[in-house]
Design a binder for this molecule. Structure first.
Ligand SMILES: NC(=O)c1ccc[n+]([C@@H]2O[C@H](COP(=O)([O-])OP(=O)(O)OC[C@H]3O[C@@H](n4cnc5c(N)ncnc54)[C@H](O)[C@@H]3O)[C@@H](O)[C@H]2O)c1
Length: 440
């Protein structure tokens, strides 16, 4: 099958490369020429375990090519997969302008009389029908467009693994032959198919993300309550998660959810509900809890250092919104850093992979470091914002050895309370008792 994938971000690139890996001829198209040039050289512009090796392998066997020229990418494919961004508008709704541009490019450059257009981008309900109209209104009259909603569930950091080992492939379509074509494309992955109408497929993606976000905000609220009543969230969430009706995933208390999906998709669903006069009170609370969570940690930290960070050297360990990715979009760490800068702290930061993206946001407003040791040296407080393995396995006695005043505020509960109690340091985490060092 000849497939063009529009957008070479986390979703588009992983999708394109994986489809080449299972035998299709794939063109990955992006308007970002620099990104495409990097890809042409066999380099991945994003960090995703296993991705670069797979790019090189499929370029070599000539199943995978990259292009920034729409006249080439859209001239002859059987299938076009849309995987461009759908960021949030200021009112929370999904910005569909990138998707619309793809639709317009398809009608302009496609030289065939039949095409199946598959939407992987997360789009508001009804968008797939609009995509069909956007293509058809400018295309020649005999073009037959089949549209399929095929939402994506991969997780950054395990995106390749998820593509080959996902829980289901959702195919929302209005005609059987288009659904069958998609089954043929994806069959080598050997995953279960779920067939729905287009609107249900669009809703499945929002409902899934909203539910996972709800789990996170729920456990964070329980954690905040645990602190007040003297319970331990680690024990609570472990036992709650052992109930198979609940499950242990997404029950880790912390700084809250971030990334390019949960924040924008929860906001978009609230917006979408509003448009049909439905108040989604539950989801509004989930968002509110998540927005507050980093500020609770900041409040704790201010209490420890004595009201303000002014002129104090503070370290932030981990900037990516979660481990194993270089994506920092909507990361809770960014809120911490912005508040520290506002308070005129001297900010040291460390992330094993995401530094290049952090530099784009903060420039010379913070100090970048290559090791955890350098980052925490002579500081008066350390925030932990991402549970990278390097941070979880760091020799904890070094906090005491290297910091000016050993105050650690752990937004991801990386260490056991028992271990931290053995050190003479102040250690605050989420949903657990704060350990106060002697002689404070
Ligand atoms: N990142 C995830 O984990 C994830 C998971 C599931 C679903 N999604 C959804 O998938 C979509 C893509 O997300 P992402 O994280 O891959 O985005 P991204 O920002 O990483 O990549 C989007 C890419 O699209 C390109 N682009 C923009 N306009 C274009 C156009 N007209 N033609 C071709 N390329 C164009 C951009 O240059 C960019 O490279 C979003 O709707 C997102 O909500 C993301």
């Amino acid at each position: 099958m000849n497939i063009t994938v529009a957008g070479t971000g986390y979703v588009g690139l992983v999708t394109g490369v994986s489809l080449a890996e299972i035998g299709h001829r794939v063109v990955c198209f992006d308007i970002d020429k620099e990104k495409v040039m990097t890809l042409m050289k066999g380099k991945s512009p994003i960090y995703e375990p296993g991705l670069e090796e797979m790019i090189i392998k499929n370029q070599t066997n000539e199943r995978l090519t990259f292009s920034f020229e729409p006249n080439i990418a859209y001239s002859n494919p059987d299938i076009i997969i849309i995987a461009v961004g759908t960021p949030g508008n200021s009112d929370g709704s999904a910005d569909l302008s990138y998707v619309k541009k793809v639709a317009k490019d398809i009608s302009k450059y496609l030289k065939k009389d039949k095409v199946t257009v598959v939407t992987k981008s997360t789009v508001s309900i009804g968008t797939n029908h609009k995509i069909k109209l956007w293509i058809e209104e400018d295309a020649n009259a005999d073009l037959k467009v089949d549209i399929v909603s095929n939402p994506e569930f991969l997780r950054e950091g395990t995106a390749i693994y998820d593509t080959f080992n996902g829980d289901r492939i959702v195919i929302g379509s209005e005609n059987e032959s288009a659904a069958k074509l998609l089954e043929d494309v994806y069959r080598p992955f050997n995953l279960p198919f779920v067939h729905t109408d287009i609107e249900s497929a669009e809703m499945i993606k929002y409902a899934s993300n909203a539910f996972l976000a709800t789990k996170i905000s729920f456990i964070n609220e329980i954690a905040n309550l645990c602190e007040k009543i003297g319970a331990n969230i680690e024990d609570v969430s472990k036992a709650v998660g052992m109930d198979r009706r609940i499950g242990s995933d997404f029950l880790q208390a912390g700084l809250g959810y971030g990334g390019s999906c949960f924040p924008k998709d929860t906001n978009a669903l609230v917006q979408l509900a509003g448009h049909v006069q439905h108040s989604f009170n539950l989801l509004e609370s989930v968002i509110e809890v998540n927005n507050k969570q980093p500020f609770l940690l900041l409040q704790k930290a201010r209490g420890i250092v004595g009201s303000s960070f002014k002129d104090k050297k503070v370290a932030v360990l981990g900037i990516a919104f979660k481990p194993n990715t270089d994506d920092i979009r909507e990361a809770a760490s960014l809120i911490l850093i912005k508040e520290l800068i506002k308070d005129k702290a001297i900010v040291n930061v460390f992330d094993p992979i995401a530094r290049h993206n952090v530099e784009k946001v903060f420039g010379d407003l913070v100090n970048y470091n290559e090791t955890i040791e350098e980052t925490i040296k002579d500081t008066e407080l350390v925030f932990i914002a991402t549970e990278w393995t390097q941070i979880k396995t760091f020799t904890i006695s070094k906090y005491k050895e290297l910091m000016k005043t050993p105050n650690v505020v752990d937004g991801r509960n990386c260490y056991s309370l028992q271990d931290m109690k053995k050190l003479d340091i102040t250690y605050a985490s989420v949903g657990r008792k704060t350990i106060i060092r002697e002689n404070v």
